[in-house]
Design a protein around this ligand. Structure first.
Ligand SMILES: Nc1ncnc2c1ncn2[C@@H]1O[C@H](COP(=O)(O)OP(=O)(O)OP(=O)(O)O)[C@@H](O)[C@H]1O
Length: 277
């Protein structure tokens, strides 16, 4: 009970809402730096000497045929998979290979998996509230003691995700697209510096895809966003810079036009059942 009381104390629970200097140092370089990263599974190199840098505030799209290593790359960044060799730095101060998954998440790397995992029996508002709370078991306590800053942040995220009108709706009755936006919103509640988004538009209608494009391009600048996506039309609609992965390393990098015109890229996509580049 004492613990609950402590958690309900505004000053303690909402400490993290106070504007704090981010511990991530990007003054002298990129927000994410991967150098010569290699990972083998039973002798098979899923990631093979991968070199990748993401600038602060950048929106980067990562494409590549099935099995290129895109998911494994995200797993390495978030600490789920440890590489055999290489360096992975978040800003110039944080060596991610010395940190575990929760530590990396707390540092400001958020990951959105392909399938939405919102709490369907809670409202949109409650989902966002829960995403902000340090302890996922104390929702009722927090609701009773919510402060202005917390409400403001929820309003801001509802606005960003286009879910203002749905704030009191149960998440379970949202459309597929709305659930995806809510989940992105839940990540935004934690104010991540880098957001990793896996196939955000799979299963979406054209209209939902357009809205998702607006959402993701709107986030860029405020935070860095890395989007892994197979839908080339969507990638074209949001991409500034595209990285093509193939057999665990970077095959090409540049504007959508540059990579689409690259003969090596065309070659690896030939025979793919997905929409060709
Ligand atoms: N835990 C694992 N054990 C063995 N092999 C694995 C493991 N994880 C990934 N792989 C293999 O590593 C390669 C890269 O897989 P990964 O899932 O990263 O590719 P991907 O680019 O995300 O593919 P997709 O576009 O199909 O999602 C694949 O050949 C995959 O079979």
């Amino acid at each position: 009970m004492n613990i609950l009381k402590e958690l309900a104390n505004r000053d303690r629970v909402f400490d993290f809402l106070a504007p704090a200097d981010s511990p991530v140092d990007v003054r002298h370089g990129p927000i994410l730096y991967m150098e010569d990263v290699t990972v083998s599974f039973d002798g098979f190199k899923a990631i093979d000497n991968l070199n990748l840098t993401i600038d602060d505030g950048e929106l980067r799209c990562i494409i590549g045929p099935n099995g290129a290593g895109k998911t494994t790359m995200m797993d390495i960044i978030t600490g789920k998979t440890r590489p055999d060799t290489g360096k992975v730095w978040f800003g110039s101060r944080h060596d991610l290979l010395t940190m575990n998954e929760p530590e990396i998440a707390r540092l400001g790397i958020g990951r959105k998996f392909q399938k939405p995992t919102v709490f369907e029996a809670l409202t949109v508002f409650e989902n966002l509230e829960l995403a902000m709370s340090a302890d996922k078991r104390v929702l009722p306590t927090l609701t009773a003691r919510m402060n202005g800053a917390m409400r403001d942040r929820i309003d801001e995220v509802l606005e960003m995700t286009g879910l203002v009108a749905q704030r009191r709706q149960l998440a379970g009755i949202l459309s597929h697209g709305q659930k995806q936006w809510l989940e992105i919103g839940m990540l935004l509640m934690q104010r991540p510096r880098l957001l990793l988004v896996d196939e955000p538009v799979a299963g979406m209608t054209e209209q939902e895809m357009e809205r998702t494009a607006e959402l993701l391009t709107g986030l860029a600048g405020k935070q860095s966003v890395v989007v892994v996506e197979h839908d080339m039309g969507f990638v074209r609609s949001i991409a500034r810079k595209v990285t093509v992965l193939h057999q665990g390393s970077v095959l090409a990098e540049g504007s959508m036009d540059q990579v689409q015109g690259d003969p090596r890229v065309i070659e690896v996509y030939l025979g793919e059942s997905e929409e060709a580049v």
